[in-house]
Design a protein around this ligand. Structure first.
Ligand code: GLY
Ligand code: MN
Ligand code: MN
Length: 445
């Protein structure tokens, strides 16, 4: 894999995003608190990840920070002005916790038009909000920031006296930023592609290394090691490493049981690379071969998944793809005798949910379940080039479902790929993770 430019090292890229944001919402002031650092006891630190919208607009990766994106108010400097509130430089703290950029770094490295220490936020916020036509701020997540915003509004209200004017409305920024994040630029696709390559290689390694007698946590460590040594910063979500009946639990995360010969293992794991995550699921035998029953079910899911990928092109809609997946699975389940009756009736009454209880797709990007509206004006949205989403059909026979014949019992199968919509159709970004039965078995020599 060649060198790849980390977007977070290119401040101009983030300036352009802030410009676009203000083109979409002229006259508005956007407020974003940084993620809080996760501490315990109370000075034990856990890895920090910046809040995705904050990162998307600033690339500033420190906790205890606050981002303001607002109209520039001056000619010639673009439409936007970035004001960053950041942690003060502190020799003693930096000795314990690592370097900080401080206000100077916020300006020089990240291109902030103004930067202040975070303790100045309460005093400066009212002025920054003055004249805003609309304030974009997500209420309800951080009590102390909610209080600051409300206090700043109160100060404004008092200063308005008897003018008869209204305060500006406060709106949630998620949809405006979500709409931007939904369409991936070529540079973002390059990062996603890298996350997908890293993830696919790790899944392939797992297929080669998994043996009966290993514990699920060893496989988790193996996958994580592969991610990290290929340059991924972290996992995009908690890995699901589920052997045997554990694979029927959709969000299984105990990852602590011994893998048995004759069982399948389901691995749902994705690497995050420079804030873009992949999301791959593969299901394969713990031992060398699929049993006949496992192979029948697996082939049904794989066929369904390929059909769904083939449907993906500009103009298609996710609910159409999901409907096709459900119908195809119903066909397969009817032919195997796992469902009985009329196909249309089963679809109408959602009888297939006994074996396939989840949806087929979700948007993918900086977050594994990425931002972006699924419907607009009551209609499912039409797929357009630059959108990225998963296609992840599955089959799950619950351990308590005694009506399932033993060859199909207590089995969970999911096959999940990450799909980019292109001008002419789509590209499977995770094509490097083997999924054909013959290819998987060939790896398990
Ligand atoms: N890994 C979470 C999901 O597949 O949606
Ligand atoms: Mn997924
Ligand atoms: Mn997944």
């Amino acid at each position: 894999m060649g060198l790849i430019m980390l977007l977070s090292h290119v401040p101009a890229y983030f300036k352009q995003r802030r410009e676009t944001l203000l083109e979409k919402a002229p006259g508005s002031v956007f407020l974003f608190p940084a993620n809080e650092e996760f501490l315990r006891n109370p000075d034990v630190h856990y890895p920090f990840r910046q809040e995705s919208n904050f990162q998307y607009l600033s690339a500033f990766e420190e906790a205890e920070s606050f981002l303001v994106v607002m109209p520039s108010g001056s000619q010639g400097a673009g439409k936007s002005r970035m004001v960053l509130f950041v942690r003060a430089r502190d020799v003693e703290k930096e000795m314990w916790e690592g370097e900080r950029y401080g206000t100077e770094g916020a300006r020089k490295v990240f291109g902030a038009d103004e930067a202040y220490t975070i303790d100045e936020l309460p005093r400066r916020l009212p002025d920054l909000l003055k004249g805003a036509e609309k304030i974009y701020y997500r209420m309800g997540l951080h009590a102390q920031h909610d209080k600051l915003v409300i206090e700043a509004m109160e100060i404004q209200r008092r200063s308005m006296g008897r003018s008869g004017k209204s305060l500006p409305p406060i709106a949630d920024p998620n949809e405006v930023v979500g709409e931007m994040r939904m369409f991936k630029s070529a540079d973002e696709v390059a990062l996603l592609r890298r996350a997908c390559q890293i993830t696919a290689a790790a899944h392939k390694t797992a297929m080669q290394e998994v043996r009966p007698g290993m514990n699920e946590f060893e496989v988790e460590a193996l996958v994580d090691y592969s991610f990290r040594r290929q340059g991924a910063q972290r996992v995009g979500y908690g890995s699901i490493i589920a052997g045997g009946k554990n694979s029927t639990c959709l969000h299984y995360r105990s990852n602590n049981e011994v893998l048995k010969d004759g069982d399948l293992i389901l691995i749902d794991a994705g690497a995050e690379f420079d804030y873009y995550t992949s999301d791959i699921t593969r299901t394969f035998p713990v031992g060398r071969r699929f049993t006949e029953g496992q192979a029948k079910l697996y082939s049904m899911v794989l066929k369904t998944q390929k059909e769904a990928i083939a449907m993906t092109r500009p103009g298609a809609k996710l609910p159409e793809i999901h409907k096709q997946v459900c119908e195809s699975l119903i066909d397969g389940l009817l032919s195997m005798g796992l469902l009985k009756g009329d196909k249309a009736e089963i679809f109408k009454t959602a009888g297939h949910r006994r074996f396939y209880p989840h949806n087929t797709s979700h948007w993918l990007g900086m977050d594994v379940h990425d931002v972006g509206l699924y419907h607009r004006n009551g209609e499912a949205r039409v797929l357009e080039p630059g959108m990225v989403f998963t296609i992840e059909p599955g089959f799950y026979s619950q351990p308590g479902d005694s009506a399932v014949p033993s060859e199909f019992a207590k089995i969970g199968i999911r096959i999940e790929d990450d799909i980019l919509v292109t001008a002419s159709g789509c590209e499977n970004l995770t094509v490097d993770a083997p999924k054909e039965i013959a290819d998987i078995e060939a790896l398990k020599k």
